[in-house]
Design a protein around this ligand. Sequence first.
Ligand code: NDP
Length: 392
Amino acid sequence: MSVRRVSVFGATGSIGQNTVDLIARDPDSYNVVALTGASNIAQLAQDAQKLNADVAVTADESRLDDLRQLLKGTGVEAAAGPTALNEAAARPSDWVMSAIVGAAGLQPGLSALEQGATLALANKESLVCAGKLILKTAKDHSARILPVDSEHSAVFQALIGEDMAAVERVIITASGGAFRDWPLDQLEHATLAEASSHPNWDMGQRITIDSASMFNKAMELIETREYFGCTPEQIEVLVHPESMIHAMVGFNDGALMAHVGPPDMRHAIGFALHWPERKTLPVERLDLARIGALTFRAPDDVRWPALRLAREVMERGGMAGAVFNAAKETALDGFIAGQLKFTQMAGVVEDVLSAVDADQSHIDATMTLDNVMQVDHLARKAAWAQIRTKAG
Ligand code: NDP
């Protein structure tokens, strides 16, 4: 069996650590090119040494000396900063996990595609803020993108061997997050600790809060459109508190193909790692008789305004996704910093979308990396202005 060259961007995070875990179980099958992190350089150095990576990169330039110190005598090269991240992504690899959180994951993902690597895409922000650019870059360099989000991995799997022309609808499920059953009038008092605790999934803090606000599902609606080329009307969100069915695809003969599996990201990561084969994965085997019942309900637009905003973004097209993502990331920063209430985040995003939409030139700009980053910058500035107004 040939040894594959693999890299993990965002290796110190929740997705990254699960990826490292799967690679470490079969070390002879992989030659690890690059592992990257940001603040957690102890974990980065430990994993880079364990997997004998060629290079370990921290996004934080001020930590380079510390990282060098930790890697002294190991034979692993140390590097730091955004340029070093891109250089690492440009090193020839067969498979690259994109699991940096936020728009910071966009550029390394593009660099990996430009050198023809298969991109296992967890970083949903890249597809939301620059979907067309990511897809075009993949096409231009004959590179493949494999979805890692559990919902999109599920849709991808349900579509194997199927004709897209026979697809009527795609249903992505949502657990409903931490506040699914809270009385609406208490949501504005939700604390950071309460929003950071997910009923089913163990994930990074930002995506956990985004699950409570449904901004995560809103991002996934946009991702579904980009990945599978569906119209917005074909994509439905279904609240499914047990998080066992990740997505369903409905066909023109009335059949619904559902992907059922435990809420463990190692399934979607492992599927992308081993694709097109299936290999044994260390995830729970579901005992449906013990589980007994799976339940479903329609999403509530009042509780989760993010879903309506995502539909507006799909309607507007162009760079609206970049505005949405940047405003959402900034509103989340504001909530984490204690400057915004939980229920104020959606208002910030809506106001920023309207403000940038008023200057249509930004929405209509050609989708290049520079333009996306410029729109991202403008939207973040507008969002901070909104946060200051609301906090004041
Ligand atoms: P985490 O917050 O757990 O990890 C984020 C990773 O990105 C860490 O390695 C972190 O480094 C690194 N990082 C943070 N900021 C920067 C930066 N500015 N530049 C470069 N690297 C940076 O996030 P998750 O693993 O939860 O999520 C990663 C991505 O995957 C997100 O886009 C998320 O939406 C998506 N996703 C996550 C799922 C999950 O189950 N967790 C499911 C589906 C998608 P450090 O920790 O060293 O600071």
